[in-house]
Design a protein around this ligand. Structure first.
Ligand code: ATP
Length: 439
């Protein structure tokens, strides 16, 4: 490992520890020793996750006339997963070490012996990544159901259920955020690869002759989305799937990748899934899923351009990208330079001292701001320490009520990134925050 890589890995360790310490993310069922690759989001993490999902929903659904939202069930008819190809195909090649019993994904290791102990490896065998369970009291073959490994199928089987009532015309999209489950062979890298995660997926239905145009359109939109989240451009790249990587249903596929300490890794896939899914579901269910174009008097199965992002991966990316350490007055300042859009707290309110009417004014400001934003009230310790606590939590603005506030109702607003303080009228703070956060 080079010096640079070692430094980067140390950063990842520091980030994991900050997440635990400040209540962003911690191991699931920790008092029982945790459960492999399952994580819980604490108070700050839960806020941030909501913000990431809200931002995605706002961009993909609220700001558009041509995309509808959906919230489909996690448990679906088992035939869905047979038709989609997941029962037969959704597997990774698994190898076991005959000596130490470690398991690896054959396509992820470059050596022919066990990377842990050098022992002999078994031949690769297919390992299906879907979690199985049983519906109802009898645990037999007939009652098997799967925890969905992707949210997309819920959209395909509901294509006409959404299109009819919403009166959308092709081209249009259906968007969904929800949990997905994959029994990954080698989960890891904190919340990068887990067995339970959330996806933010949008399926855009287009005329087959317009697939390439829309594919490029969505590539551009989705790239801009990560820039709007404040991710550094030089840390992002596109990766085009080569012929041996392309999924059986895809005509073309590109991944948005981020440069983590463990390499360039996928954040989101933009796929041209052709008419594969709707044709298969049409055939298997016997329901005609063709779209009737009233203007052209044409009936056809639309092509689908999919944008499939991971919520947890987006959170990890934003945290990694935002983590900074710097020397300030001989001390190390740890700061999360998160975009205000997704920062857990938008502002913190401090009375300079706990007397002279300052707490009352601070509480009043806090109550006012809470109607629009998640803010945090802190009156303990020196103001410098309070700033540091908020820097670590990624809070973009700290507002202090001091002696002058009592005279002229102005407060100081301290910017997390520049550490500069400016004075503003208390009555203007709401609008100021609104402008800074939502542009
Ligand atoms: P990978 O190659 O990393 O396994 P994938 O190509 O299987 O990912 P997709 O099936 O395209 O991923 O899923 C879409 C998105 O869902 C991914 O870009 C990622 O952000 C997220 N995702 C997939 N698997 C996981 C996982 N195990 N943990 C967290 N997020 C995941």
């Amino acid at each position: 490992m080079g010096k640079k890589d070692k430094f980067k890995d140390e950063l990842m360790d520091k980030l994991v520890s900050l997440c635990k310490r400040r209540g962003f993310v911690f191991p699931s069922s920790e008092i029982y020793g945790g459960i492999n690759a399952c994580w819980d989001y604490g108070p700050l993490g839960a806020e941030m996750k909501r913000n990431v999902k809200d931002f995605w929903w706002k961009e993909m659904v609220h700001k558009r006339d041509d995309i509808e939202g959906l919230d489909a069930a996690i448990l679906m008819h088992p035939q869905v997963w047979i038709t989609s190809g997941h029962v037969a195909e959704f597997s990774d090649p698994l190898v076991d070490c005959k000596k130490c019993k470690s398991r690896f994904r054959a396509d992820e290791i470059e050596v022919t012996v066990c990377p842990n102990c050098g022992g002999e490896l078994t031949d690769p065998r297919k390992f299906n990544l879907m979690f199985k369970t049983f519906m109802g009291p009898v645990e037999d073959e007939a009652s098997i159901v799967y925890l969905r490994p992707e949210t997309a199928q819920g959209i395909y089987v509901n294509f006409l259920n959404v299109q009819g009532p919403s009166r959308q015309k092709v081209p249009f999209g259906i968007a969904q955020i929800g949990k997905a489950f994959r029994n990954e062979i080698t989960p890891g890298n904190f919340i990068f690869r887990t067995r339970e995660f959330e996806q933010m997926e949008m399926q855009f239905f287009v005329h087959p002759s317009e697939d390439e145009k829309w594919f490029e359109y969505w590539r551009e939109k989705r790239w801009q989305y990560y820039l709007d989240l404040g991710i550094r451009k030089e840390k992002l790249q596109w990766h085009e799937h080569g012929p041996d990587e392309l999924a059986h249903y895809a005509k073309k596929a590109y991944d948005v990748q981020y440069e983590f300490s463990f390499g360039w890794k996928e954040l989101e896939g933009v796929h041209n899934r052709t008419d594969f899914d709707l044709s298969r579901h049409s055939e298997a269910s016997g329901k005609d899923l063709r779209y009737w174009d009233e203007v052209k008097k044409e009936k056809y199965i639309p092509y689908i351009i999919e944008t499939s992002a991971g919520c947890d991966r987006t959170i990890l990316t934003c945290l990694v990208d935002a983590y900074h350490e710097e020397e300030v007055k001989g001390e190390t300042r740890v700061v999360l330079r998160l975009s205000p859009k997704i920062a857990p707290y938008k502002a913190a309110i401090f009375p300079l001292v706990n007397r002279d009417g300052m707490p009352e004014m601070a509480h009043k400001l806090c109550d006012d701001l809470q109607r629009r934003f998640k803010v945090f009230y802190d009156d303990s310790g020196a103001v410098g320490r309070r700033y540091r606590r908020m820097d670590e939590a990624g809070t973009p603005y700290c507002i202090t009520i001091d002696g002058q506030t009592l005279q002229d109702e102005t407060v100081t607003v301290r910017d997390r990134d520049t550490m500069e303080q400016t004075r503003h009228k208390m009555a203007e703070i709401q609008d100021l925050l609104e402008k800074k956060i939502n542009g």
